[in-house]
Design a protein around this ligand. Structure first.
Ligand SMILES: *[C@@H]1O[C@H](CO)[C@@H](O)[C@H](O)[C@H]1NC(C)=O
Length: 554
């Protein structure tokens, strides 16, 4: 293959179907017309659903937004190895947790360290909760489970993992569930799994000088969360074992995440679904920032809808054949890195220039038909409606979804969950396209594209032709990227060195003053007022570089 040949995936398609395809109309928008000046409603949730679904099973985004909003049925394939650490030689009977990686189970392996490895002997049927739903932490990371079991947040049950799991298993019996996932919580260690090994290991969990705990709830080296740590520089009390837990989780930071759990998105339930939880729409409108979104204000009739929707989802048997995760990732791949490049160009050239317009043009090229152009008089008469560009807006917004949304026999087979996902992809694409097409249209009207003759004002011809435009675009783009909030844009910048790893601060290693929220070290207000500390990395985790070899730091 010469370097000039296309590198990538080429799909040869017989275009006999062309005529059929083109007869499907683009989406009919009922709520509003294709007006480029109308932004999404402040209560819109399509982008939140899109972002949370794009993050499923990935460590990075779920450490960033710990409060989950999605519940999805899935399977753990036959032949999957799972781990469990304990301090006695008894094989678990009944519900117990397992870890998908031994670095995690090992932290629960106090001396004597008994470590069990099992393998699934059939696909296990599980229910997945997103967010950091396995962490024993106040502030909402277990809200999804609490709502399902008790219809309210149970602050006093943060550490009652045995009771929680037993009740989940009891509830899940009707649906044949074998377990629940953030870690894999198995309902029965004797159903669907077989022992690979049951060993007392030579090593035991770090710093373990105490007698084995009876409840298994304290996995940590007690010194690792010692609040005498200044938070500055490497902390000698943090061991390789603590770091390696984060290291193994980081393997699943990005899409596709941990594929040992295979989700069925056609049966997904989202707390961002305004139909499921209107009480949360109200609650969110009073909150500043997505970090604060939780489920605590969910009202009882919405808890009833949660049960109804989950039941429908778990018992439903139809679905279309759309691969929703792939569709979502395609939209992200089409725009994610290009929006970032556009942001860079606009940021460095402080005033915009023709390379910003070129970036916009690249993204919109497939949607700009020959002959679409502004009326000759454009630029003279305000206000700018950009009505001439609305066909570009429509095509850009709907090209990924128009067929599945309208084709006979496709949309009819969709489950309620799929319709929610369809709406999420449509809403997200529409806003990306609205902002981009508006930028493009203002650029064309300002004469940035030589293909189009436009009558320029004296200012445009002789003055600072791009200055004001570039600043305006930068503002619009920042707003769009904040609204989309894709986790691919959240990274360590500058990139970490060779001895470091980019890390999203998460349980249980917040550490450092003020007192962290790690097990047994809760700030008083967390316990009493059920409100997290504000203004620190605990509330709004930001990525940072940490050492990946001793001496460690978090
Ligand atoms: C958004 O929701 C809040 C709370 O329900 C409501 O007061 C507000 O009017 C809504 N805004 C729009 C644009 O619908």
């Amino acid at each position: 293959m010469t370097p000039l040949q296309f590198v990538g995936t080429v799909l040869a398609v017989c275009f006999a179907a062309w005529a059929t395809l083109s007869k499907y109309p683009v989406l009919v928008r009922t709520a509003r017309e294709w007006d480029i000046n109308v932004p999404p409603s402040e209560n819109a949730t399509g982008h939140l659903i899109f972002q949370s679904v794009s993050s499923l099973l990935q460590h990075w985004p779920n450490a960033r937004y710990r409060n989950g909003h999605t519940i999805v049925p899935g399977t753990v394939p036959l032949g999957t190895v799972l781990y469990h650490g304990r301090s006695d030689a008894n094989y678990p009977k009944g519900p117990e947790w397992t870890a998908t990686d031994p670095e995690h189970s090992f932290l629960f392996c106090k001396r004597p360290c008994w470590h069990i490895t099992v393998v699934t002997t059939r696909p296990l049927k599980v229910l997945y909760f997103d967010g950091s739903s396995a962490v024993k932490m106040h502030g909402g990371s277990m809200d999804g489970q609490d709502m399902l079991l008790w219809g309210e947040r149970k602050t006093d049950k943060v550490f009652s993992e045995e009771e929680r799991l037993a009740q989940l298993c009891q509830w899940g019996k009707e649906f044949g569930l074998d377990g629940f996932v953030s870690e894999v919580m198995l309902c029965d260690f004797e159903a669907g799994v077989e022992l690979v090994s049951f060993l007392q290991l030579a090593n035991a969990s770090p710093g373990d000088t105490k007698p084995p705990p009876t409840d298994g709830s304290e996995p940590l080296d007690p010194e690792a969360v010692d609040d005498s740590w200044s938070g500055q520089g490497p902390n000698p009390a943090v061991t390789i074992r603590n770091f390696e837990l984060m290291h193994s989780s980081s393997q699943y930071n990005q899409y596709p995440g941990d594929t040992r759990i295979q989700l069925d998105l056609t049966r997904l339930v989202s707390f961002y679904d305004p139909d499921l939880a209107p009480s949360l729409v109200r609650a969110r409108s009073a909150l500043k920032g997505r970090w604060l979104y939780d489920l605590v204000q969910m009202e009882s009739q919405d808890v009833d809808s949660l049960h109804r929707k989950l039941r429908e989802a778990l018992l439903d048997t139809t679905s279309s054949s759309v691969d929703w995760q792939t569709l979502i990732q395609v939209v992200i791949k089409r725009f994610g890195s290009r929006l970032e490049a556009l942001r860079y160009v606009l940021g460095v050239s402080a005033g915009g220039d023709s390379s910003a317009f070129a970036q916009i043009n690249i993204m919109l090229t497939p949607y700009i038909p020959y002959g679409v152009k502004p009326p000759v008089a454009a630029g003279d008469d305000s206000p700018a409606t950009f009505a001439w560009a609305s066909s570009v807006y429509k095509l850009c917004s709907t090209s990924h979804t128009s067929y599945i949304a309208s084709a006979k026999g496709v949309s009819e087979r969709m489950t309620a969950s799929e319709k929610l996902l369809l709406g999420a992809v449509q809403d997200t694409s529409t806003e990306i396209c609205r902002v981009l097409v508006k930028m493009w249209a203002t650029g064309v009207e300002a004469g940035l594209d030589e293909k189009y003759w436009v009558r320029r004002t004296v200012d445009q011809e002789h003055g600072d032709r791009f200055g004001t435009l570039g600043k305006r675009w930068l503002g619009e783009l920042d707003e769009l990227m904040a609204w989309l909030d894709w986790h691919m844009w959240v990274k360590c910048s500058p990139a970490c060195g060779d001895s470091e790893m980019c890390y999203m601060p998460t349980w249980p290693y917040f550490g450092g003053p003020p007192p962290g929220p790690a097990a047994g070290n809760l700030p008083q207000e967390s316990v009493d007022g059920d409100k997290p500390e504000t203004g620190n990395e605990w509330e709004r985790p930001q990525p940072k570089c940490i050492r990946r070899i001793a001496p460690y730091s978090f």
